[in-house]
Write a protein of this length. Structure first.
Lengths: 388, 240
């Protein structure tokens, strides 16, 4: 009989207590896995969102650059607009590979929000991965037409040939295309020709942003420097936006990490308490084992094996809980966060689960040190005669 | 998953045991230092027990029977005097040396059986092999159960056995610990008279058939008389 089999029998005999302890470890591991998964998932989703905007630099009207970038990412009210002629001045710069002016406008109707994005042909060039689920591009730069993002089409229950109403503008647009799912904010947008958007929203010669992709990324800093001279605009590097959003999220992460740390400490104390009680209950048996020739190391290993199994099972339970409950947790996180990228926020991966399991086992080792050392140091006679 | 238990004590395992008496004690003393006064639980005992003997240690409560048995089994350290068990002087042995002696040389039986409740009868009997660094051997464990007439209870948990059966499993486990020396501390203390007689009859059978040296403590004069010889203790001293 090896020590793990013996430990398994001991745990099985105390099913309820073992289950409660395993549950405690499981919750701590689930919190930890979810937190780490959120950390990894959020960064990846944000990176995807920003990379899939297709540009490295965003030129917007003066104001808070990060607010502007966030509004460009997710839509919403309060966008500032700039003159379209800014675009005409910038577009001639030879360092630019691709440039796409956009006009973002949001409408609210009966509690539902619709994000309209006015675009030109350049937008499709900036995002070559855009594919049509059905239909195609606008027939003209001033057509009363719309291309729906995947989710917008699902939400509005519209397909090619249907009409879509622009709330507040008293305008009907014909759906000429529906994009395939991209996993970005584009999925929820309604795209219309830029000039149509300017007309519909009464923003003639105005745009809300210009997305720019350079021929050589190393020229980015100098390019930004040069644009600082343009009046009434600001230049936002998407790398900066990403960094700033991650910094904002970091403060929330500190809070969540504190909760995870408390959960882990509680779990360690719970495990230590369970194992300690188990050791006390089995004092006589430990004495008998020593009478049979069990060394201090043997006894230590038995207690260690018991703790390891509790933590391993708890770790597995926690990993399962994190995977199964990830979707639910994501919904909650999305409702709390001011900005959540489109991709999967909580990305539980196999390496992450393995790290969590290893962490649980290592934590178990710490928790078993005192009970195991106490059991190992018992004198056989005192242990056997205890309670007499 | 399986791990083998190996530690430094294994290196001390090789001991030579001569053909002398199973136990030889001279001026054996065990003193417990208590706050009020020192208690001499065993106070200058001289003792010789030959190999293959069946000896009972008798005496009233507090006479030192259990402490003497603990000393003979290396469960307790000697305060003073000389003690040779199975050819090895353990008077001044360190704990690790006592572990080695206990491991595979001496079998213990206790009054309240002290079987591991999580394990079946046969697993309890097989457990000493784990600590003796021997591979698990269920066939040998079953052979020990056969010796105590409990092969039909092999897969039962202790709670499914009667008191007499539990003690027989404990004796089988002691046989798995050692085929040289069996020390039994009040092995019938928790049994009725019929089971008590059965347990002593079993010990006698193992002694006669297999040449096992048996030393048992008991209050029961009738059971004590079934041994080859009885040693009477009073206040830690041999009185007759």
């Amino acid at each position: 009989m090896n020590v793990f089999r013996l430990a398994l029998r001991i745990l099985w005999r105390r099913k309820i207590r073992s289950a409660l302890t395993i549950g405690g470890v499981g919750i701590a591991v689930a919190v930890l896995v979810s937190l780490l998964a959120f950390d990894a998932g959020y960064q990846e989703a944000l990176r995807t969102d920003i990379d899939r905007m297709g540009y490295q630099v965003l030129v917007t009207a003066k104001g808070c650059p990060y607010e502007a970038a966030t509004l460009m990412l997710k839509g919403g009210g309060g966008l500032r607009y700039m003159e379209e002629e800014v675009y005409d001045r910038i577009v001639v710069d030879p360092r630019i590979r691709q440039i796409a002016p956009q006009l973002v406008a949001t409408t609210f109707d009966d509690g539902s929000v619709m994000m309209f994005v006015g675009i030109t042909d350049a937008y499709a060039d900036l995002k070559p991965w855009l594919e049509y689920r059905s239909g195609g591009w606008f027939t003209g730069g001033r057509a009363d037409e719309a291309i729906l993002g995947y989710e917008a089409a699902e939400l509005e229950q519209r397909s090619v040939g249907d009409r879509i109403f622009v709330p507040g503008a008293d305008r009907l647009l014909t759906v000429v295309g529906v994009f395939e799912r991209t996993g970005t904010q584009d999925d929820g947008a309604v795209f219309i020709p830029l000039h149509t958007a300017q007309e519909v929203f009464n923003l003639q010669d105005r745009i809300s942003g210009i997305g720019i992709r350079l021929n050589d990324i190393t020229e980015l800093t100098q390019f930004e420097e040069d644009l600082y001279d343009e009046p009434g605009i600001q230049v936002v590097s998407m790398a900066q936006v990403k960094g700033t959003i991650l910094n904002l999220i970091a403060s929330a992460r500190v809070l969540a990490s504190s909760i995870a740390a408390i959960a882990i400490v509680v779990a360690v104390i719970g495990v230590m308490n369970t194992i300690l009680v188990s050791v006390f209950e089995r004092t006589k048996q430990i004495g008998v084992m020593k009478a049979m020739g069990a060394s201090k190391l043997d006894v230590f290993k038995i207690v260690w094996a018991e703790t390891t199994l509790v933590c391993l099972f708890g770790g597995i339970a926690g990993a399962v809980l994190a995977v199964v409950g990830g979707g639910f947790a994501e919904q909650i996180v999305r409702s709390i966060l001011p900005y959540a990228p489109s991709g999967k926020l909580i990305a539980v991966s196999i390496p992450l689960i393995l790290v969590a399991l290893a962490g649980a086992v290592a934590t178990g080792f710490v928790a078993c040190l005192y009970p195991a050392a106490r059991a190992a140091s018992m004198k056989p006679v005192e242990a056997i005669r205890s309670g007499e | 998953m399986s791990i083998s238990i190996v530690d430094s004590e294994t290196t001390n395992a090789a001991h030579r045991y001569d053909d002398g008496p199973a136990i030889a004690a001279r001026g054996l003393r065990k003193t417990f230092a208590l706050p009020a006064e020192d208690v001499h639980a065993v106070d200058g005992v001289d003792l010789d027990i030959e190999r293959g003997e069946f000896v009972t240690i008798m005496g009233p409560s507090g006479s030192g029977k259990t402490t003497l048995l603990d000393l003979l089994g290396g469960l307790e350290t000697v305060t003073d005097g000389e003690l040779i068990v199975l050819g090895r002087d353990i008077s001044s042995a360190r704990e690790s040396e006592l572990v080695t002696l206990r491991r595979g040389r001496i079998g213990f039986v206790f009054q309240d059986f002290l079987l591991l409740p999580e394990l079946t009868a046969i697993e309890n009997v097989a457990l000493p092999a784990t600590f003796a660094r021997r591979p698990p051997d269920m066939a040998t464990a079953m052979a020990h159960l056969v010796r105590v007439g409990l092969e039909h209870r092999a897969s039962h948990l202790p709670k499914e056995l009667s008191g007499g059966e539990r003690q027989r499993v404990a004796i089988a486990r002691a046989l798995a610990m050692s085929t040289d020396l069996l020390l039994a501390d009040e092995p019938t203390g928790n049994l009725d008279s019929r089971n008590s007689s059965d347990v002593f009859a079993l010990l006698r059978e193992l002694n006669e058939r297999d040449g096992l040296t048996v030393v048992a403590t008991t209050h029961d004069e009738k059971l004590g008389a079934t041994a080859d010889r009885s040693i009477h203790l009073c206040d830690g001293r041999v009185v007759m």
